[in-house]
Design a protein around this ligand. Structure first.
Ligand code: GTP
Length: 821
């Protein structure tokens, strides 16, 4: 830092020997000196402001000096010298572990030092401590207590000590832990880094002056910490460099050229930076305060004498005298700080005015909040606005939104399954993976993905196996009633029963999964609400403290979603009932396969290009494998093809008295017909029949029937190997597929959309409103009774009031200071 100022603003009792009489005379006239009383009141004003800032965590740009440097470079000794008495801090073995803000107040009446420590968490100062060892004890015990609590080796929380003394200047200086290269034994290895970053953050505010100490024995080229200081203040505009323990170097100088070169430190610190060269008494023996100060000034005198007389040709006094000796440094620090106080006063005053009005606003808000805790109308309004806002956010999330970040708030399909506790689809052994399964989705997108997953799951369900007995019972009974549609009816009945028992659980699961997606939206809507409120002006009142209300709102929302799920389950069950009713034509309809509105099939797990939901559904070509008559799960390769082929309705001629045992022509007829279709469609039916015939499960049947009289088919018979049983099973599979398709495509998807999403968009706010607000005042206020909440508010108010009072008195004080500027 460039300096030419050695003007003494505040007298001290420990100046250099040449100045003692002058300083003492100034000190004695101080109270009558207008300049001194001005700077004194400025200093007092800043000191009080600083106390308030430390107590309330205010960030105020108060000019301060921060002493930094390597461990044992002499920071604490310099502080003691400035204070004019030893408080033994450096004999505390642990060294400096917490910053120490030392507010030195020059007070003529304090013939003995009066030290007071600021309470750890308030702006109050404790009682006066006179003994130096007691001061050291407080510093040590406070340091140890905090480090035990934080479980760290250092802490950035400062200790604030105010020292009033007739022999100290008006100066505020912050002592910091010294930089170290390695942690001490038993300390965390990260300690050096912690100290470095703590000191950096203490030193970075631009209103702070850095007092960087480095021992005289260290050459600038091998300085350990110069770079760290440069990182904080690259051009040393606010850095005062101090070469400490100058006595250790003195003896090495032989002539003037050498000493002047050393004192200029040119090349390393830049042209405008002149270091101060300070030596302090080495003697550690306990001496009186007066003796201590005498020694300080004696060392100063000896240094100058040595430079003048011990070095050949002396030294360039004009250039360097004002930079040599502790007295020079002290005078400069004091004047520099006063200068900065003066410069910063207008900005400080403006900031104080701003802070005061902010605190007044905070107080008003707090008063309103306290009043509002018992104002039903106000609470109703605030709660309604909050509920409406949350409902709107739910709507927006359903309609498609990407705020808050889906990466954080969305879920993959796997996560949805896990977190909902619903797991995989009942009766589906395949691992269904809808498109975009790995993306984190929420809201409308997640809903759509579940719907898709449901379709995949439904299309992966096989028509389950049916025993021969069952087939025989149904078939024979139908035959008994006469009519030629026995096989068709029997297979339709089988398909209906299968659809009822296999698709119903799927529908329930779909509803539960969708309800989970919608249920999760509450949390996301809260987050959106929070973001919105913080991004712009606060739109709704902060309802944070009203835990009861939040719990009630959450409950209502989850009830609303649960009810929707219940209703939807009933609705889709109704659809299932009607599509599986004997009166439904679903089984007999043929047009779903014709490429009409529902003319395509899903392939489970097949994602269409680009990950879109717009699937091209499965290829419905003629080689669609027909499941064999035993309904054995399909081979792996075609396991995903679950829906019967696109072939037209197979008509069969039912004989007068059909028998499952009959190696019937009708079956053959069916096969033939299928072959016909198969030809048209690429021979799929032929393959199917061959596969059916060749199936190992047919073997026992053949043996059972002596190889000749077939029960439900003759494997040896090639194309003639089918039977009424296999025919019915395959026909049932077709019926099943149609039922499923009608259900999925015609009714369920739209029902789920209208059953879940429409009410969430249109009815949610009303439903929540009715639940929460259509109650009498007493019941309503139950949600707002939070034991202790009012106490908390009152407490906060008290703190605010205290802060307001202190800031206000600081403001008044600064206004007075400003008048004399
Ligand atoms: N010879 C000589 N010794 C000094 C001088 N100043 C301080 N010392 C000694 O150097 C040692 C370390 O001084 P401190 O003031 O504790 O150093 P510090 O920078 O505060 O150390 P930490 O707080 O641990 O970082 C003490 O033994 C002092 O007596 C000096 O000018 N000359």
């Amino acid at each position: 830092m460039a300096n030419s100022n050695t003007y003494l603003t505040t007298p001290t009792k420990t100046p250099s020997s040449r100045r003692i009489p002058q300083s003492q005379s100034k000190m004695q006239t101080q109270s009558h000196d207008p300049i001194n009383s001005e700077s004194r009141s400025r200093f007092e004003a800043y000191n009080r402001l600083q106390a308030a800032a430390v107590a309330f965590g205010e960030k105020l740009p108060i000019p301060e000096i921060v002493a930094i440097g390597g461990q044992s470079d002499g920071k604490s000794s310099l502080l003691e010298a400035l204070l004019g008495f030893r408080f033994n801090v450096r004999e505390v073995e642990m060294g400096t572990r917490r910053p120490l803000i030392l507010q030195m107040v020059h007070d003529l009446s304090a013939l003995e030092p009066r030290c007071r420590f600021q309470d750890e968490d308030s702006e109050e100062y404790g009682s006066t401590i006179v003994s130096a060892t007691a001061v050291a004890d407080v510093i040590r015990s406070r340091t140890e207590a905090l480090l035990r609590k934080t479980k760290t080796a250092v802490s950035p929380k400062p200790i604030v000590m105010r020292a009033e003394y007739a022999h100290c200047p008006n100066l505020t200086i912050i002592d910091t832990p010294g930089f170290v290269l390695k942690a001490k034994k038993g300390e965390p290895e990260t300690t050096p880094d912690e100290i470095l970053s703590m000191v950096k953050s203490l030193a970075s505010p631009p209103h702070r002056i850095l007092l960087f100490l480095q021992q005289s024995s260290v050459e600038w080229c091998s300085s350990l910490w110069l770079d760290a200081v440069r990182e904080i203040d690259s051009s040393f505009r606010r850095t005062i460099v101090v070469v400490s323990k100058f006595d250790n170097r003195l003896k090495e100088f032989s002539d003037r050229g050498e000493v002047d070169r050393y004192l200029s430190a040119s090349g390393y610190l830049g042209e405008n930076t002149r270091p101060y060269f300070v030596a302090l008494p080495k003697d550690r023996s306990t001496v009186s305060n007066e003796e201590f100060r005498r020694q300080i000034s004696q060392v100063d005198t000896e240094v100058i004498r040595h430079l003048r007389e011990g070095v050949k040709g002396g030294f360039d006094e004009e250039k360097f005298r004002s930079y040599v000796g502790f007295g020079s440094l002290r005078d400069f620090l004091e004047s520099e700080l006063q200068k900065r106080y003066k410069d910063a006063a207008p900005a400080t005053l403006a900031l104080l005015e701003q802070r005061c009005s902010e605190v007044t606003d905070d107080m008003l808000r707090m008063d309103m909040k306290i009043k509002a805790t018992s104002d039903v109308a106000h609470l109703r309004k605030a709660a309604m606005l909050h509920t409406a806002s949350i409902s709107n956010h739910v709507g927006a999330l359903i309609d498609g939104a990407a705020n808050p970040a889906p990466e954080q708030w969305g879920k993959t399909t796997e996560e949805e399954r896990g977190e909902s506790g619903i797991g995989s689809w009942p009766g589906v052994s395949l691992d269904i993976k809808p498109p975009n399964a790995v993306l984190k989705l929420y809201g409308g997108a997640a809903f759509e993905r579940v719907i898709h997953e449901f379709r995949c799951a439904a299309y992966s369900i096989e028509c389950p196996p049916v025993s021969r007995e069952k087939v025989a019972n149904i078939l024979l009974a139908h035959a008994g009633r006469g009519g030629g549609r026995g096989v068709t009816e029997a297979s339709a009945e089988i398909a209906r029963t299968a659809a009822r028992s296999w698709l119903a659980p799927l529908l329930d699961t779909a509803c539960d999964r969708l309800a989970f997606v919608l249920g999760s939206l509450f949390e996301i809507a809260l987050e959106r609400n929070l973001n919105q409120n913080s991004e712009y002006e606060k739109k709704t009142e902060n309802m944070d403290g009203y835990v009861g209300f939040h719990a009630a709102l959450r409950n209502c929302y989850s009830r609303f979603v649960k009810n929707l799920a219940k209703q939807c389950k009933q609705l889709v069950r109704h659809h299932l009932d009607s599509v599986t009713s004997p009166y439904s034509m679903a089984c007999y309809e043929n047009d779903y396969h014709q490429g009409g509105a529902f003319g395509s099939y899903y392939k489970p797990n097949q994602a269409s290009g680009g990950g879109s939901f717009c699937f091209e559904l499965s290829d419905t070509g003629g080689d669609e494998p027909m499941k064999d008559q035993e309904n054995i799960p399909p081979e792996k390769s075609n396991g995903q093809e679950t829906t019967p082929g696109k072939g037209g309705e197979t008509h069969i001629t039912v004989p007068e008295t059909p028998s499952p045992d009959q190696p019937c022509e009708i079956v053959y007829g069916l096969v033939k017909k299928e072959i016909g279709n198969g030809h048209e469609n690429g021979g799929g039916a032929r393959k199917r029949v061959a596969r059916m015939a060749g199936h190992r499960n047919m073997e026992p049947l053949r043996i059972q029937n002596g190889g000749g009289g077939v029960l439900f088919g003759n494997a040896d018979n090639g194309l003639r190997s089918s039977s009424a049983y296999s025919e019915i099973c395959s026909s049932a599979a077709q019926h099943f597929a149609r039922i499923r398709e009608v259900l999925v495509e015609r009714s369920v998807t739209s029902t789920l959309n209208s059953g879940f999403l429409t009410p969430c968009r249109d009815r949610l706010v009303v439903a929540l409103g009715l639940d929460l607000f259509a109650v009498n005042d007493d019941k309503f206020m139950d949600m707002f009774v939070a034991p202790g909440a009012i106490d908390v508010l009152q407490n906060e108010r008290q703190q605010l009031q205290k802060r307001q009072k202190i800031l206000q008195s600081c403001l008044t004080e600064f206004k007075t200071v400003a008048r004399s500027l």
